[in-house]
Design a protein around this ligand. Structure first.
Ligand code: NAD
Length: 262
């Protein structure tokens, strides 16, 4: 990968695996100085060491639970203490609970998911924006294709991702005056540990994975690397793009199909 975003300071939340790891790898490969976090430190220091040995950019892992506002603020503050600026914030950390009808979600579970998938993003944007305004940088929020399409037995998750997409557009309007671009990406099925965990819990894991692959026109799931490349493009090159939700789905949303049983 060429040096497309050299010396830029980038925060990636939830960067130890999956889509976040794909982002960390893409930005370090583009020459950026990346600070990435996770609530569970597993794999963080190892990824940091691997990427610092490979370059051309650098990586630094910090533990942070994005559902905790004080943790998020400390993540942003420590990044500024270390690097003196922020050029891009990728709000990726999030979770999809197991599929259930609304009757089986508690109020508390929905509130907790909102704290993670939405409030974490809000807190990171709020704390990082003074720096992003100075650098005329950008934000990339990781939403989901299901925010626009809905999904069976996933009311709480879909609601949080709808909030991410809508928040992105509203913030893009406000921050245009400061030269900060705000975009979201909406992945369809991306092969990540989250997907693997969901598959393992299914009655028929092989069938579940095969259904996941077959949901795309391209006949496979996307990769974390492909997601990372899209986020890097939005930060480094898409300078006339703000307030846009970028679908990364292999064509999963295209075409009419049967929705009811006969
Ligand atoms: N995989 C998909 O098919 C898919 C599709 C659409 C959207 N997404 C979204 O992409 C994002 C990443 O998903 P993924 O599939 O890579 O998940 P993953 O579970 O494989 O990785 C999630 C990362 O976030 C971290 N994380 C989880 N909770 C955290 C917390 N409270 N604080 C800090 N870090 C935390 C994890 O440690 C991990 O590094 C999520 O927001 C998810 O909703 C994923």
């Amino acid at each position: 990968m060429s040096i497309r975003y050299p010396e830029k300071v980038v925060i990636v939340t939830g960067g130890t695996r999956g889509i976040g790891e794909g982002c960390v790898r893409a930005f370090v490969g583009a020459g950026s100085r990346v600070v990435f976090c996770a609530r569970d430190p597993a794999g963080g220091p190892e990824l940091e060491d691997e990427l610092n040995a490979a370059g051309p950019g650098e990586a630094r892992f910090l533990r942070c639970d994005v559902a905790r506002t004080d943790d998020v603020e400390a993540l942003v503050d420590r990044t500024v203490e270390r690097h003196g600026r922020i050029d891009c914030l990728v709000n990726n950390a999030g979770w999809h609970p197991p599929h259930r009808p609304i009757d089986d979600f508690t109020y508390g579970e929905f509130r907790e998911l909102f704290e993670l998938n939405v409030m974490g993003m809000f807190a990171a944007c709020r704390r990082a924006l003074p720096q992003l305004r100075r650098s005329r940088g950008s934000i990339v929020n990781v939403s989901s294709l299901v925010a626009a399409m809905g999904q069976l037995h996933a009311t709480t998750y879909v609601a949080t991702k709808g909030a991410v997409t809508a928040f992105t557009k509203a913030l893009a309007i406000d921050e245009a005056a400061h030269g900060v671009r705000v975009n979201s990406i909406s992945p369809g099925n991306i092969a990540t540990p989250l997907w693997q965990e969901a598959t393992s819990a299914a009655d028929d894991p092989a069938r579940c994975w095969a259904d996941g692959e077959a949901a795309q026109l391209v006949g496979r799931m996307g990769t974390a690397e492909e997601a990372g490349k899209l986020c890097l493009f939005l930060a480094a090159e898409a300078t006339f793009t703000t307030g846009v939700d970028h679908i990364l789905s292999g064509g999963a949303e295209l075409g009419y199909g049967r929705k009811t049983r006969v």
